[in-house]
Design a protein around this ligand. Structure first.
Ligand code: NAP
Ligand code: MG
Length: 495
């Protein structure tokens, strides 16, 4: 259902927001009653008090998860039955689409037109996809000595903790909980303190769907909750999406504790290469703008480096600036808004400081560069820099905001060299009319996803998503994601 700004505002004013942790089948406060304020970044207004979990809540949740897992009420269900319950969960997410989208928009500043059409339906789709898949995949019978029967099976890993970021709160959570639950694990979800609301609401929907108590728990709080889970001796797997800096800490926590399986989906600085035989330069400019300005640039796959050939630069830049103007910030609750608020003050200050750095290091500001005050909130204009060389900080470091760095190249070899000269390797794109060039360049780009003549296509669950190099290990989405949440077992039977 499409609503007007006034209708969304009305709905927001009537909303009751749950802010407590969900442990062992019920919402509860922290033992020490500690809370933190959840703010709307578009207005500065407080939305709710959220439970700040501590070690006591982590201990209780892990113990409960272990018991629930061991009891077998979930892990030992027939996959068909687990799938049925998870399809109900997905259906409930769809049924509550507008409520969840509204929570996400208020909490994280994301445009309501995106949260209603991408974030929440995307999470439901992810849940449906794994629910439908789980009773259709089996193990192997090994071709062994005829005196033996050899089975190779995958079984649930046990207690899985998912620590997720704030840029796509419900969607990134679903990329973890959907495969983890489908595989039969007990899951503990730790949302970012910047955006805890949808995760907390999901817990009640999971329960309503019939997921047993202790199998889906939510622990809001700060980074310490993530750290305690990552250091916990009875957590079997830590699935993380977030920054490379925190990812490195988490890898260390795994090593310091029980060698839990640690899966990292981290940052990016993705190159978008536009060659002189680009089939449609206007389309390339529109895609490049969307590739960095969609979701305020708070995108792990943001096409934050455009590599443009010198011969087509002038025309491209003029089309790019035109396209960028479609992302002017506005009230996130207004269905016409395509760019919302920056998630919080810390992120806002970080983006503005990179804009300053871009200028002081010699970048030429082509567009934007300023904060805008739509309401009392945290809004930044779509910003484009023409960069004299690829060594500028804004060409190398992940900004995670609406700031695009344009780098000029002379020939294809240079473009590939610049593209790969990064500690990251999440996404990359190339625009060309030549089929062989497309294949040759894609093969040489060191990135987990390569787009040809498009950018950021593919909400489809069939594609594994993840990074090369310091963009992480492991893959979300697709059947490959199940590998993260299962152990391989060989069973040999002497006949
Ligand atoms: P972040 O600061 O690394 O935080 C991610 C999560 O880790 C949050 O829940 C955070 O909790 C928690 N955390 C913080 N310190 C921790 C610690 N010492 N131990 C354990 N957990 C800790 O990242 P973010 O700012 O939320 O997200 C932006 C980053 O995520 C970007 O780098 C982006 O590229 C990346 N990202 C990657 C993907 C992908 O699939 N590759 C997708 C989306 C985003 P608090 O927020 O409560 O402190
Ligand atoms: Mg918030």
């Amino acid at each position: 259902m499409t609503r007007t700004l006034a209708q969304w505002q009305q709905l927001a004013s009537e909303l009751t927001i749950e802010g407590r942790a969900f442990i062992a089948g019920s919402y509860r406060q922290a033992a020490d009653q500690r809370t933190f304020s959840c703010l709307n970044p578009a207005t500065g207004q407080k939305l709710a008090d959220i439970t700040w979990c501590g070690q006591e809540e982590v201990e209780l949740a892990v113990k409960t998860a272990r018991q629930a897992f061991t009891a077998g009420s979930w892990s030992e269900l027939a996959p068909l039955e687990r799938g049925r319950i998870l399809k109900r969960f997905a259906a409930l997410i769809r049924h509550h689409n507008d409520e969840l989208a509204l929570l996400e928009t208020l909490d994280a500043g994301k445009p309501i037109s995106d949260t209603t059409s991408v974030d929440v339906p995307g999470a439901a789709y992810c849940m449906e996809w794994f629910a439908e898949a789980i009773d259709k995949i089996g193990g192997e019978v090994a071709p062994v000595d005829p005196k033996l029967l050899g089975l190779v099976t995958r079984e649930a890993i046990g207690v899985v903790a998912a620590v997720v970021p704030w840029n796509f709160p419900i969607l990134m959570a679903s990329w973890k909980f959907a495969p983890a639950l489908a595989a039969g694990n007990a899951l503990i979800l730790k949302p970012s303190e910047k955006s805890p609301l949808t995760a907390i609401r999901l817990a009640a929907l999971a329960q309503e769907a019939g997921i047993p108590d202790g199998i889906f728990q939510v622990l809001p709080g700060g980074g310490d909750v993530g750290k305690q889970l990552a250091l916990h001796m009875d957590v079997d797997c830590l699935a993380f999406t977030g920054s490379t800096a925190v990812g490195k800490l988490i890898a260390g926590y795994g090593a310091q504790s029980n060698l839990k399986r640690v899966w990292l989906e981290l940052g990016g600085k993705s190159p978008n290469i536009i060659l002189p035989d680009c089939p449609d330069l206007s389309q390339a400019a529109r895609s490049a703008a969307a590739g960095i300005f969609y979701n305020m640039g708070e995108m792990c796959t943001a096409g934050s480096r455009v590599l443009i050939h010198k011969d087509i630069k002038e025309r491209f830049l003029s089309e790019l600036q035109q396209a960028a103007k479609n992302f002017y910030p506005g009230d996130p609750l207004d269905p016409a808004t395509s760019m919302g608020a920056i998630v919080d003050q810390i992120q806002y200050d970080k983006v503005l400081s990179y804009i300053d750095k871009g200028q002081s290091e010699g970048g030429r500001l082509l567009l934007g560069g300023k904060a805008t005050h739509v309401q009392q909130g945290l809004f930044i204009e779509p910003t484009i820099f023409d960069c004299p060389n690829p060594q500028l900080s804004i060409c190398r470091e992940e900004i995670f905001g609406p700031v695009l760095s344009v780098i000029t190249f002379d020939n294809l070899e240079d473009a590939i060299q610049i593209a790969n000269d990064s500690e990251y390797g999440l996404g990359a794109a190339v625009w060309t009319s030549d089929l062989s060039t497309a294949h040759r360049v894609s093969r040489r780009l060191r990135a987990g996803t390569v787009w040809v003549n498009c950018y950021d296509e593919g909400g489809d669950m069939n594609f594994p998503f993840g990074g090369f190099k310091q963009s992480g290990n492991g893959r979300d989405k697709s059947l490959h994601a199940l590998e993260k949440y299962t152990e391989l077992k060989s069973t040999l039977i002497k006949l």
